[in-house]
Design a protein around this ligand. Structure first.
Ligand code: SF4
Length: 322
């Protein structure tokens, strides 16, 4: 019997890709809390935007809720997700004497503190971000209503009408497109020359590095797969970055079963990356699915080395040492 020979496919695997330090910390926090307190532990919102991660934590005993009123007064802890929460959320938890663990990424907390300091100095704060994203809800909720304005686009920059245009500052969501945000920030500065910019970039290292890697690989491949959830902001941005960098086909998929194989029939070079909340096991699953249809030659393209680690949230650190 003659062996069927599979067509060749060169795979360029972007590095860095996948989990960032904030996501590792948030998932560790849920797992450590399960060990320390036993199941169930409550998690407000998806701990990170990845259905696979959420499901695996649910199987271990995490219960995901939308709001604190779904958490019973049983003494079980409630964990705030990596995206951060509005100030009203911990305040409500304190009033109900709930045990809380804050898994907000330290780089999101940095933006929260930045916004607060600017507000205390009397500035009206503009937040560049996407309406409805939990991180944006959390950052807006650091300041009193009316003292922070969301802009999503260049049109929004043209439209806003601040009462004192000489006393503005801006901050940004951490997971935006670096290029789009630069354009919006430049438009803000053109329109309001006295606006104060963040001291240090708010878009986080993981978002920036993953976008850089995609920009490097996308022009060299026929198709790019971004492994991640549809509701993951940084993953969506990676797909857009690939398209803009000239890749003819860019798809965001969570699992191998989501691939439409007819789209990949004629490709010879494939780029693969993963959003900051996508586990490597899903990248492997997708590579395995391609290996059933092609003879793969996989090359990892490293554009930056990462070594960021964040300590566990307070209250769980002792258990890490154990
Ligand atoms: S993507 Fe950036 S801001 Fe978000 S959790 Fe990861 S490191 Fe933190």
């Amino acid at each position: 019997m003659s062996e069927v020979s599979l067509p060749p496919l060169d795979v360029l695997l972007c590095a860095p890709r996948g989990f960032c330090a904030g996501v590792v910390r948030a998932i560790d926090a849920v797992e450590k809390a399960l060990v320390r307190y036993g199941a169930p532990v409550y998690v407000r919102h998806e701990i990170v935007h990845n259905k696979y991660v959420v499901e695996s934590l649910r199987r271990k005993g995490a219960i995901f809720v939308h709001e604190l009123d779904e958490v019973p007064d049983t003494g079980a802890p409630v964990i705030f997700s990596a995206h951060g929460v509005a100030k009203s959320v911990p305040a409500e938890a304190v009033s109900r004497r709930l045990l809380t663990i804050d898994a907000t990424c330290p780089l999101v907390t940095k933006v929260h503190r930045e916004a607060e300091i600017l507000y205390r100095r009397g500035r009206h704060v503009i937040l560049i971000g996407h309406a409805g994203h939990p991180e944006v809800v959390g950052t807006m909720g650091q300041l009193p209503n009316g003292s922070i304005t969301l802009v999503e686009s260049l049109d929004d920059v043209a439209r806003i009408a601040p009462t004192d245009s000489s006393n503005l500052a801006y901050v940004t969501q951490t997971t935006l497109s670096v290029d789009d945000t630069r354009e919006i920030a430049e438009a803000l500065t053109r329109r309001f020359p006295e606006i104060v910019a963040p001291h240090k970039e708010d878009i986080c290292y993981a978002t920036t590095n993953r976008q850089e890697a995609v920009k490097h690989v996308a022009p060299q491949v026929d198709a790019m797969i971004v492994v991640g959830s549809q509701n993951s902001s940084n993953s969506q941005r990676l797909r857009e970055v690939a398209e803009r960098a000239g890749c003819p086909l860019a798809r965001l998929v969570l699992r191998a079963g989501d691939l439409d194989w007819s789209e990949f029939a004629a490709i010879r070079r494939l780029g693969v990356t993963a959003g900051a909340s996508a586990p490597e096991v899903l990248v492997e699953e997708i590579l395995d699915a391609f290996a059933e249809r092609y003879t793969l030659k996989v090359e990892t393209v490293v554009t930056t080395e990462e070594n960021m680690i964040f300590p566990l949230p307070r209250g769980l650190r002792g258990e890490a040492a154990e």
